[in-house]
Design a protein around this ligand. Structure first.
Ligand SMILES: C[S@@+](CC[C@H](N)C(=O)[O-])C[C@H]1O[C@@H](n2cnc3c(N)ncnc32)[C@H](O)[C@@H]1O
Length: 357
């Protein structure tokens, strides 16, 4: 069931450009569902039924990046489980073990360097390098799995999207922005394959009665990505690359062979895909509000956020000089053409709670 997976980690370290210092937008989304996550655990996680003698509760965060968001997530999960524990009047002292999963070239050293010291932490932690489009943990080993803002990253760019002879060729676009039907279809096929593998792998790792919590981004039904502000931003970065090609700083051929392995499904499309997997029941699946969705973001925040996410993948394909120049040009383009957040369609968040049968 494994798929080979390309890996483009978030910007490493904890300097001004790092994911560590530029993931507050994602953090706001995570905080926005903090109480919902807690209520879901209180309602759907039955510790006693799971194992009345349980002494170690195991949590995994899939696609944890470098922090600090993953730490907030696991602390919220632990607090919520402790409340259930108290509620159930369980006297066995419970210990927590947390598995932080991401691709092997993720900056795990920043992750572990920046987590609080073991004396101040309520859990034992371990890194699990490997693609979540494969099994990364032993069978029946995890009680609560979590992932946020990860599954739109596909295991690879769909075949044909970078093939000039194919109908699914993405031309000069660098993302699936839903402008070209055949391209969207190719991405859809890859997304379905990857989602299937993701869910099947988690079904093996999570114990019966265990939970999988997913926070992600999707599109409202009928909304194409190119009409959302995130879609506009990435198309603008693509335009900067094209400008550079015209000036001989990179080549059009290079751009034609490049497309992000990222796909945002429409909500119903995602729901249908998840419903097919019979190893989990869907306890909750809904669109959730991002706390900043009505707040126009400053250009500075937009640039830093996208730089932290896309720097590695652009650098790998085009080289270090090009990536620095692209983000300089993107800053100028954005200053000349500010995004009108009120005019854009929403690229929304979804929350999903799955329970292992
Ligand atoms: C936008 S970051 C989200 C990080 C964190 N979960 C958060 O909410 O802030 C996406 C993360 O998913 C990871 N990722 C993408 N594809 C992956 C895969 N196949 N296996 C494991 N991690 C993956 C990336 O390396 C990156 O760290």
């Amino acid at each position: 069931m494994s798929t080979s997976s390309h890996s483009y980690p978030m910007s490493s370290g904890d300097d001004q450009h790092s994911y560590n210092n530029n993931s507050s937008y994602q953090k706001a989304g995570i905080d926005g569902i903090g109480e919902k996550t807690r209520q879901c655990i209180l309602k759907h996680f039955d510790l006693l039924n799971l194992n009345s003698n349980l002494s170690t509760l195991r949590i995994a965060d899939f696609g944890c990046a470098t922090g600090p968001n993953t730490f907030h997530i696991v602390e919220n999960i632990i607090d919520s489980v402790k409340s259930t524990h108290v509620k159930e009047n369980n006297v066995v002292p419970l210990e927590f073990q947390v598995f932080f999963n991401d691709q092997p070239n993720n900056d795990f050293s920043t992750l572990f360097r920046t987590q609080s010291p073991s004396s101040e932490r309520e859990y034992f932690s371990a890194g699990v390098p490997g693609s979540f489009y494969d099994r990364v943990l032993p069978r029946n080993s995890i009680h609560i799995g979590h992932t946020s803002y990860t599954t739109h990253w596909l295991s690879k760019v769909p075949e044909h999207v970078c093939d000039k002879k194919s109908l699914a060729w993405n031309k000069n676009y660098i993302q699936c922005n839903n402008l070209l039907e055949e391209v969207t279809r190719a991405y859809q096929v890859q997304f379905k394959k990857d989602m299937k593998v993701f869910v099947e792998a988690r079904a093996e790792e999570i114990v019966p009665g265990g939970l999988m919590i997913v926070l992600g981004q999707c599109l409202l039904d009928g909304v194409p990505l190119f009409k959302t502000w995130q879609g506009i931003v990435v198309d603008m970065i693509g335009d900067c690359l094209m400008d550079m090609a015209k000036e001989g700083l990179t080549s059009e051929e290079k751009i034609e062979l490049f497309s992000f392995p990222v796909y945002f499904p429409q909500f119903t499309e995602l729901e249908k895909e998840i419903e097919q997997h019979k190893s989990f029941t869907i306890e909750m699946m809904e669109i959730v509000r991002h706390p900043l969705e009505d707040t126009p973001l400053s250009n500075k925040v937009v640039i830093s956020m996208f730089r932290a996410i896309l720097y590695t993948i652009i650098k790998e394909h085009f080289g270090e000089d090009v990536v620095n120049e692209v983000f300089d040009r993107f800053a100028k383009k954005l200053a000349q053409n500010p995004i009108d957040f009120n005019e854009c369609e929403k690229n929304v968040n979804y929350f999903m709670l799955l329970k292992r049968k």
